[in-house]
Design a protein around this ligand. Structure first.
Ligand code: CA2
Length: 148
């Protein structure tokens, strides 16, 4: 039987990754992050998405609810504002990793209160773009556990 896909969902402005503020976010582009995720996932299919639009992210989460084994989400600025994304994630039955490239807790106060953390299985911040590869490895173990 073929494995259900892992959804890697990226929020606003992350399409510009590697091209702005490299001192915070590094030089890795989102296309390179995608390649990293696919490599780390091995034979598990990866649905890798980015959107600057809140409702589109909600729609991608709905797709994951129907099709996905796990979600890794970097909601970017929507982390701190979006109850719509929080509500959609509440309906996902599998593991959810909330991921931030930077350590949001070291930054300005408006980056400190995440709505998504209220529903995430685990939260990662500050590992740089390599965090995505670590998250893919980690969620594989969580998916195996939740399947038991
Ligand atoms: O550290 C992260 O991954 C963030 O989720 C990135 C968000 C920020 O609002 C979060 O607090 C932390 C912002 C992403 C800004 O987009 C960029 C675009 C180009 C280059 C770098 C970042």
């Amino acid at each position: 039987m073929s494995k259900k896909p892992l959804y890697v969902i990226n929020g606003p402005n992350l399409n510009r990754l590697g091209k702005r503020e490299p001192e915070i976010y590094g030089y890795t582009t989102l296309a390179e992050v995608e390649a990293m995720c696919r490599k780390a996932a091995g034979d598990r299919p990866v649905v890798f998405r980015q959107s600057n639009i809140e409702g589109e992210i909600v729609n991608i989460v709905h797709e994951a609810i129907d099709e996905g084994a796990g979600i890794i989400i970097n909601p970017a600025a929507f982390t701190f504002t979006s109850i719509a994304i929080l509500d959609s994630l509440k309906m996902f039955p599998g593991p959810i990793i909330e991921l931030h490239i930077s350590n949001i807790h070291k930054r300005e106060a408006y980056y400190h209160n995440s709505f998504v953390s209220k529903v995430a299985t685990a939260v990662m911040a500050g590992f740089g773009p390599e965090g995505y590869g670590i998250a893919v490895q980690a969620i594989e173990g969580m998916i195996a556990k939740s399947a038991r």
